[in-house]
Write a protein that binds this ligand. Structure first.
Ligand SMILES: Cc1cc2nc3c(=O)[nH]c(=O)nc-3n(C[C@H](O)[C@H](O)[C@H](O)COP(=O)(O)O)c2cc1C
Length: 192
């Protein structure tokens, strides 16, 4: 896969092959890709909590919220659930710029996962009251994003924006997931 193919393939994945779990070493490899990613001032303020045991995954899963746009789907069923999670933590007192670091780290992990045939769903929606306890988050840190991971178990495709301009993703009758993206000429305002 060249880079353009990788970045096109790196669509959010919400169904996984639960029977082929990721290992702790797999999650460490993904985190190492985040470790060397750019960050403001090179201050490296992010920290990570890795979850791979089936017990911990089972405890975390009910705390995550999936695919708000798919109204008739309640998230991955048993057998297609994530087999690993990486929580990206940032200090409670961090400068706002650290939010950019979080996004860059998340994208590094999503691209790295895609390069291995794994899938990733970045979560900003999760139970923020319960997860810090499950993940043993230090008092002075917040969970910025929670990344659900596993061997990819669903087909995802890029699509053009529909005529009505809706940016909602959808699935066809075969369960293929489509993600509409705006055309390049609609995004580039000027080339000076
Ligand atoms: C910051 C951020 C937070 C997200 N939070 C959730 C979430 O809580 N639950 C979910 O199912 N998807 C979540 N997503 C995935 C988005 O829905 C997804 O990126 C979007 O639909 C575009 O699809 P794509 O990633 O395949 O391009 C999140 C993505 C980002 C970047």
């Amino acid at each position: 896969m060249n880079f353009e193919e990788l970045v096109h393939a790196a669509r959010t994945c919400r169904r996984f092959e639960q029977s082929r779990p990721l290992s702790a070493a797999d999650l460490e490899w993904l985190t190492d890709c985040a470790r060397v990613s750019p960050c403001g001032r090179n201050a490296q303020e992010l920290r990570f909590v890795l979850v791979h045991s089936p017990e911990a995954c089972a405890e975390l899963f009910p705390q995550t919220k999936w695919a708000g746009a798919l109204k008739d789907w309640n998230g991955p069923a048993e057998g297609e659930r994530p087999t690993g999670y990486i929580a990206i933590l940032m200090p409670k007192t961090a400068n706002a710029i650290v939010h950019f670091d979080v996004g860059i780290a998340a994208q590094s992990i999503q691209l790295a996962a895609t390069s291995k045939g794994w899938g990733c769903c970045i979560h900003a929606s999760f139970n923020r009251a319960r997860c810090p306890e499950i993940l043993r988050v230090p008092e002075d840190m917040d969970i910025a994003l929670l990344l659900a991971l596993g061997v990819a178990g669903e087909e995802r495709r890029l699509a053009s924006m529909p005529a009505d301009g809706s940016f909602n993703y959808w699935r066809d009758d075969a369960g293929v997931h489509y993600v509409p993206k705006r055309a390049l000429e609609d995004l580039i305002l000027e080339t000076l």
